[in-house]
Design a protein around this ligand. Structure first.
Ligand SMILES: Nc1nc2c(ncn2[C@@H]2O[C@H](COP(=O)(O)OP(=O)(O)OP(=O)(O)O)[C@@H](O)[C@H]2O)c(=O)[nH]1
Ligand SMILES: [Mg+2]
Length: 248
């Protein structure tokens, strides 16, 4: 049986572990306070002759290098390359989640958005046009209530479709000003020359331009580990070249 890996990402307290438990039958700790999931729980779920491996990532508000949790979640998405990143949003506080959503959409085009806590949203009279949001974000958007097992069949179906390549996405990517876009394009093409399609070049270029030293260190150590003898001249130059763009 083919196994696909699904990473659950989202702000703290949006119901990632509740969804994880509902699908896998495990009992990952949940509760009404943030920062509970610190290590990566794994669980399995079978749907229509397909096995999904779920990874419960720590909840974060962004995916920069601000904390160990952010690094763990970000490194998983970039380096482990799950088949789908399942972004769990709180329907009652959507605008708070969109910052993280836009960051994930920069990192991968294999994203499904779950609008969780729909029961709470309904109670509060909040209406969300999931279709419009899917159109705007360029990825599937599924309303669910993980605690009440609602919407999980439609979600499973969408996971299967994306894992088997039957869904194409067009993730929304933020546009920066002209000067910034020119710098991104230059660095992006250098990075593509070195890494090919190994990493999302545009996202990497933006992070390097932002001077994300921890990401640079992680990349260097990963490269030296994979090449045993150390990083190549070209790679070192490209990673070093981020420093020359650092001030922008
Ligand atoms: N009403 C309602 N509550 C929910 C739903 N899903 C989760 N919750 C509640 O929301 C709270 C947080 O859920 P968790 O699953 O622990 O959230 P999390 O995203 O794993 O949190 P972190 O691990 O801190 O990132 C718990 O009290 C859940 O019972 C839902 O669909 N409806
Ligand atoms: Mg959790």
């Amino acid at each position: 049986m083919r196994t696909y890996t699904i990473a659950l990402a989202g702000n703290p307290n949006t119901g990632k572990s509740t969804l994880f438990n509902a699908l896998t039958g495990l009992k990952q700790h949940t509760g009404n306070w943030s920062g509970k999931t610190v290590n990566l729980a794994r669980g399995y779920y079978e749907y229509q002759d397909t096995r999904f491996q779920f990874i419960d990532l720590p909840g974060t508000y962004s995916l920069f290098s601000n904390s160990a949790d952010e690094e763990v979640a970000r490194d998983y998405i970039i380096f482990e390359k799950p088949d789908v990143t399942l972004l769990v949003l709180d329907s009652t506080a959507l605008e708070r989640s969109l910052n993280l959503a836009l960051q994930v959409l920069e990192m991968t085009d294999r994203v499904i958005v779950c609008l969780n806590l729909m029961d709470e949203a309904k109670k509060k009279g909040i209406k969300i046009d999931a279709r419009k949001l899917a159109k705007d974000l360029g990825v599937p958007v599924i309303p669910i209530s993980a605690r009440n097992n609602e919407g999980l069949d439609i979600l499973s179906e969408q996971l299967l479709l994306m894992c088997t390549g039957q869904t194409t996405t067009m993730p929304y990517r933020m546009k920066y000003n002209e000067e910034m876009e020119a710098q991104i394009a230059r660095l992006e093409s250098e990075l593509r020359d070195i890494f090919g399609s190994e990493y999302p070049a545009r996202w990497l270029a933006i992070r390097l331009l932002d001077g994300d030293q921890k990401l640079i260190a992680t990349l260097k150590s990963r490269l030296s580990a994979s090449q045993k003898g150390g990083i190549t001249f070209g790679t070192a130059k490209a990673l070093g070249s981020s420093n020359s763009h650092h001030s922008c």
